[in-house]
Design a protein around this ligand. Structure first.
Ligand code: PLP
Length: 469
């Protein structure tokens, strides 16, 4: 494209300033010009009025225009040179000339995403209150370089919540705030690998991300089968692994609970072989048939690393998680975290402490539990009506249900046929390593309205009918 360096006729600069607004006039002028430049209304090289002429035209003091030009020049939108006219910077390209930034994520009108909570249900008002409280009341050093483990008040308040709601043993000295489950587990895998561990047991089926993170850290994931009682601990004993990652309270993806007997056997395995259990406690508070199943970390805090996050409880975009670490592992992991990113972002952590202390997290969880329970019923009703050949797991917990497909239906063609109808589903095979078995799909219901769940299942049934013949 030819660069536009010659003088360009100035398009009429109709700028409206609102004298009743709280926003200073120079800021109003800045955003009007910035917007005009970004949209291409003022092209690269275009000459802008002199400060005096523009101020007269707008009926403002010259200082307003001078301040606006100085700001836009510092942002690189315009060029100001002594004795020359002010121009739109030559390197500027309007947004419309650029290809829009792409997203790696697919988007579907009916997306049964198994990992999403109700995003519209995020308690924005009460969260904002907590954020405001932090900025109003927190001491100056709260937003300096902080303790890499996280803010002391967050570690304390969160610890009390985890002790109460999850039966965990949470010592603030051994609590580490991280960027979601993923960073916690990744730090841990890297430490294991650097300390001679080669094999880590993963559930099969199990969340594929466990396997990917372990592999990225140089560990060999060893699949251990899951049955109706959870991870098969006798198979674990034969696996040769010296660490195991599992989802005891609500197994991903099958939804089963690790039985009492298996819990004891798991701790025995860790004690006997000097091994480490890693507990992924991603969504245990969402149970619809009984009280939440407690965390195993409380049974053996020196053998179990507990990892939780705000992703299902509040929103995954917060990238906020926490880890309860055995005493012997605390400092090595804190050192890794300190070198990795210096500690997690401060304001959200402090807001979380305020949010929990005001009882808002408990309130939110209660509200969401009721909402998800209704949505789950809608899903089961819709499956019974539109796709009666499918078999839901009926695990009354979490944000999704694992649904076995009718005989002869293959997951991959179904994924495509569903996508053609605007329906996003996740196949069970993504989460299988060595195991084979009945095909299935994970249908997340938490982030869809009840009418959308019903419509989505109806469209899914059409996709099943299309590929069945
Ligand atoms: C089994 C499991 N663990 C943990 C998480 C949460 O990971 P993060 O906290 O990094 O968002 C998810 C999210 O989908 C999950 O499915």
């Amino acid at each position: 494209m030819a660069s536009n360096t010659g003088p360009v006729a100035l398009p009429e600069l109709l700028v409206e300033l609102d004298r009743t607004s709280d926003l200073p006039l120079h800021e109003q002028l800045e955003s009007a010009l910035r917007e005009r430049i970004r949209s291409g209304g003022l092209p690269a090289g275009a000459r802008l009025p002199s400060t005096r002429g523009f101020a007269m035209e707008l009926g403002v003091s010259r200082g307003v225009v001078t301040e606006c030009y100085a700001q836009l020049a510092s942002e690189g939108y315009i060029e100001t040179r002594q004795g020359a006219s002010v121009r739109v910077a030559r390197g500027i390209r309007a947004a419309s000339q650029r290809a829009p930034a792409s997203s790696l994520l697919p988007s579907f009108p009916y997306h049964f995403h198994p990992g999403l909570p109700d995003l519209a249900g995020f308690p924005r008002e009460s969260w904002l209150r907590s954020v405001r409280t932090v900025w109003r009341d927190a001491p100056l050093d709260a937003v300096g370089y902080g303790d890499p483990r996280g803010a002391p008040s967050t570690r304390e308040t969160l610890g009390a919540y985890l002790a109460r709601a999850r039966g965990a043993e949470a010592d603030p000295e051994r609590t580490l705030i991280c960027s979601g489950f993923m960073q916690s587990f990744s730090l841990l895998c890297r430490w294991l690998q650097a300390n001679g561990v080669q094999r880590i047991a993963v559930e099969d089926p199990g969340w594929m991300v466990h396997r990917l993170i372990a592999e990225q850290a140089g560990l060999e994931p060893v699949p251990v089968p899951v049955d109706a009682d959870g991870l098969d601990v006798s198979e674990l004993r034969m696996s040769g692994a010296s660490a195991a990652i599992l989802t005891p309270a609500h197994q991903f993806p099958t939804g089963v609970v690790l039985s009492g007997e298996r819990r004891s056997a798991l701790i025995d395995w860790a004690e006997d072989g000097d091994c480490l259990v890693i507990e992924d406690d991603f969504d245990a508070e969402f149970r619809y048939d009984r009280g939440a199943v407690g965390a195993i970390q409380g049974l053996a805090p020196e053998r179990v690393v507990y990892i939780g996050s705000a992703s299902k409880r509040l929103a995954p975009g917060m990238r906020l998680g926490w880890m309860l670490v055995p005493s012997w592992l605390a400092w090595p992991l804190v050192s890794l975290k300190a070198v990795e990113d210096g500690g997690s972002e401060a304001v959200s952590q402090l807001a979380l402490a305020d949010f929990i202390a005001r009882g808002e997290l408990d309130r939110h969880m209660r509200r969401m539990r009721l909402r998800y329970e209704r949505r789950r019923h809608t899903l089961l009703d819709a499956l019974a009506r539109w796709l009666p050949q499918a078999r839901p797991s009926r695990s009354a917990a979490g944000l999704y249900d694992l649904v076995e497909l009718p005989e002869g239906i293959e997951e991959t063609p179904l994924l495509a046929a569903a996508a053609d109808r605007g329906v996003g589903i996740e196949p069970l095979s993504w989460h299988r390593l060595a195991s084979t078995g009945t095909p299935g799909v994970l249908l997340g219901y938490a982030n869809l309205s009840e009418p959308a769940i019903d419509r989505g299942v109806r469209l899914l049934a059409e996709a099943v009918a299309e590929i069945a013949f």
